[in-house]
Design a protein around this ligand. Structure first.
Ligand SMILES: CCCCCCCC/C=C\CCCCCCCC(=O)SCCNC(=O)CCNC(=O)[C@H](O)C(C)(C)COP(=O)(O)OP(=O)(O)OC[C@H]1O[C@@H](n2cnc3c(N)ncnc32)[C@H](O)[C@@H]1OP(=O)(O)O
Length: 194
């Protein structure tokens, strides 16, 4: 591996992102990429249950309601949970690029405290692509899509193949995923052959 840079600024030669021709239409609800995902999984009892929709261009929007289980300080969301929401929202851009990618680096700004019961409205977009490196940015606003900005993140995601999960994930879950037709269908949606 080459030495990672500390910068999240796309290098010279980076290109604007391209919306995949088969990307879900703007406004379309994106399903979970994995039912047990802590960010978006429907069957993950402890998860954030983010509801994400495709946006225009290479963008998505998401809504996350802060629950009592997400507290750090009394009555306030934990910063790590908010980082997860930003990470997951940027990760969901995979659906619009039709490229599987994982977080390499995530830099978060916490602007306002976020109380329990807040509906956090997130939006994310890809800013540039350079080889396997995908540069993204996200914002979380309180109460409404045009509400006050509470959190922001910039991230570098790295494109991977489905083998990344098969080689690194625990056997039990990988075997179950490969035997689940719905999960295989999701993997195919990213144009990979598990
Ligand atoms: C069985 C069926 C299953 C099917 C499932 C299908 C559906 C799945 C769909 C969608 C899944 C999306 C899930 C989203 C969930 C939300 C997002 C997360 O939380 S993801 C989890 C947290 N992240 C990790 O666990 C990554 C851990 N890290 C790694 O595995 C490696 O480090 C990896 C893959 C990121 C890179 O390793 P390398 O060996 O492939 O590549 P190298 O050469 O090291 O890096 C490539 C380029 O990127 C730069 N780079 C890498 N890491 C960097 C860093 N931290 N900072 C800056 N640059 C970095 C390098 O300098 C290099 O740059 P130069 O091409 O040389 O210019």
């Amino acid at each position: 591996m080459s030495a990672p840079t500390s910068s999240l600024t796309p290098p010279e030669g980076a290109r604007p992102p391209v919306r995949h021709p088969d990307a879900p239409a703007p406004g379309e609800l994106l399903g979970a990429h994995y039912d047990q995902c802590f960010g978006c999984g429907r069957d993950q009892a402890h998860g954030l249950h983010l509801e994400t929709r495709a946006g225009e261009g290479v963008s998505v929007t998401a809504v996350f309601t802060v629950k009592a289980a997400h507290q750090g300080a009394p009555g306030l969301a934990h910063g790590g949970v908010l980082a997860t929401a930003l990470d997951e929202t940027i990760g969901s851009l995979s659906w619009v690029l039709r490229t599987i990618a994982v977080t390499g680096r995530l830099e978060t700004d916490y602007v306002l405290p976020v109380p329990v019961d807040t509906e956090l409205h997130l939006d994310a977009r890809v800013t540039a692509v350079h080889g396997r490196k995908i540069y993204g940015t996200a914002t979380g606003r309180i109460g409404a899509p045009d509400g006050p900005v509470a959190v922001r993140a910039n991230a570098l995601f790295i494109e991977v193949k489905v083998d990344h999960f098969i080689e690194n994930g625990r056997d039990t879950e990988i075997r179950a995923a490969l035997e689940d037709p719905d999960q295989v269908r999701v993997a195919r949606a990213f144009e990979v052959n598990p």
